[in-house]
Write a protein that binds this ligand. Structure first.
Ligand code: GUN
Ligand code: ZN
Length: 458
């Protein structure tokens, strides 16, 4: 059945980090119509041009609001949902103090399903429709997550954590179990509906050589499966990873294997590899990630919360060797499920490095950039014809201060910046999955007056 959605439309078809004028990377339609049938975009254009094509189809009126492709969270731990905001530690002690005890609870499938539901509802309330997700070491945790995402028809990538050392006994597997349990999960979930599988070694310090070899085997044996792990988040972690793998032969020109070299040694740096954080790296590492087509999930709220460091946006997106980049909430080290708050802190992290993350760049990362980082740009991340119709409706008048500032903003970029800096879940008026409402904020009343999106200066 054909349906229409009227409002201001914004989507990216190009990378604003690469176009000479960043406005050329996106399409903005002040009074637009998004036409959807069978969960896919049929057309996106000016209302006046498309209203005849809509014919008698029902049109949902979101005038005054901005419709954008659903946000993409490229790194989150669903089992850490209910331990978000745990006080006082940096990465390695935070893992021992809070995270491992919390993850031990996920051997219980009923607990796992309840938390998976909670996490997905939080993501949807915040406008996120796709994520790349860590489970725990328990295969049941992954079944619970995919069952919850299938019930909501979401496009999600997830996997069982692999750890065979340096964690509490109840959370360890072995190289053999990592292989057999991941194989069974891949056979059950990879490409089932909108689900995709990611082989998920937690990070180098918790996997032996034999386990990382098993990871490589899993990737070789299953086309289209991802590699999802952490990389170079915290200085102590980097030193630990390098000392644990000091027996590996150094790459030519080096005296010792760096952190990324460890993953590279085991053949894990490729176009479907997604590395969370990637803060404490050298220029040569960014070059390697770029040439291999691997992705970084940068997680600003987490990096600030754990005091891990500042992601070098300019280095990672630099012209000579740009790396595919997405943003992650990294809940529960991250402090928000919301992409708007993640963009807010990404801006501040860039500022700390005397770099500028423009609003168009930010919203690209939250949508098409994230989709590209997850190799999903053929199905999500824009309103091009044929894309899956996951989208978010942003209300520029959601709070008194947003309303005041939106009215004085003169350009699209200024308005986007206000969503980025002042917006949170209150600005998410609705989230649609395959053209169907997934959540609509109960506090939103139809407004008698709209903010106009016409007549903005370009
Ligand atoms: N490195 C290894 N495990 C984790 C985790 O659970 N969260 C974060 N932020 N970093 C990690
Ligand atoms: Zn993480």
């Amino acid at each position: 059945m054909l349906q229409g959605f009227r409002g201001a439309l914004l989507y990216f078809h190009d990378d604003p980090f690469r176009t000479s004028r960043e406005e050329d990377a996106c399409t903005f339609i002040p009074d637009g119509l998004l036409l959807v049938a069978e969960g896919k975009v049929v057309a996106a254009g000016p209302f006046e041009e498309l209203k005849h094509a809509a014919g008698a189809a029902p049109v949902q009126d979101h005038r005054g609001c901005l419709l954008m492709p659903g946000f993409v969270d490229t790194h989150i731990h669903y089992p850490q949902t209910e331990m978000i905001a745990s006080y006082g530690e940096q990465l390695l002690t935070w893992l021992e103090t809070y995270t491992f005890p919390e993850e031990a609870r996920f051997s219980d499938p009923i607990h796992a399903r309840r938390v998976a539901d909670h996490c997905l509802d939080e993501l949807l309330r915040n406008g996120t429709t796709t994520a790349m997700v860590f489970g725990t070491v328990h295969p049941e945790s992954v079944d619970a997550f995919f069952e919850a995402s299938e019930a909501r028809q979401l496009r999600m990538i997830a996997g069982k954590v692999l750890m065979d050392r340096n964690a509490p006994a109840g959370l360890l597997d072995t190289p053999e179990r990592a292989y057999s349990e991941s194989t069974a999960l891949i056979e059950r979930w990879h490409n089932r509906g909108r689900a995709r599988y990611a082989v998920t070694p937690r990070f180098a310090p918790t996997s032996s050589d034999a386990q990382l070899q098993a990871v490589r085997r899993l990737l070789d044996e299953h086309a289209g499966v991802y590699l999802h792990t952490h990389l170079a988040e915290n200085r102590d972690e980097v030193a630990w990873a390098e000392s644990l793998f000091a027996h590996l032969p150094p790459p030519s020109g080096k005296t010792q294997c760096g952190y990324l070299d460890v993953y590279n040694h085991f053949g894990l740096v490729g176009p479907r590899s997604v590395f969370a954080h990637a803060i404490q790296l050298e220029e040569a590492d960014f070059r390697l990630l770029s040439t291999r087509g691997a992705s970084i999930a940068s997680c600003p709220t987490s990096n600030l919360f754990l005091g891990s460091g500042l992601f070098p946006f300019a280095q990672a997106t630099g012209a000579s060797h740009p790396v595919k980049l997405g943003l992650g909430t990294d809940v529960g080290a991250g402090t928000s499920f919301g992409m708007l708050q993640t963009l807010n802190e990404a801006y501040k992290v860039a500022q700390m490095g005397h770099q500028r993350l423009s609003p168009l760049q930010a919203f690209y990362l939250a949508t098409l950039g994230g989709a590209r980082a997850l190799a999903l740009e053929d199905c999500i991340g824009s309103f091009q014809v044929g894309m899956e119709a996951d989208f978010v409706v942003l209300d520029p008048l959601a709070t008194p201060i947003l309303a005041t500032r939106m009215n004085s903003a003169r350009t699209l970029a200024e308005r986007l910046f206000l969503f980025q800096m002042l917006g949170d879940d209150r600005a998410i008026q609705a989230t649609y999955v395959l053209g169907k409402p997934a959540v609509a904020a109960p506090w939103h009343q139809p407004k008698s007056e709209h903010l106009l999106w016409l007549d903005l200066e370009r």
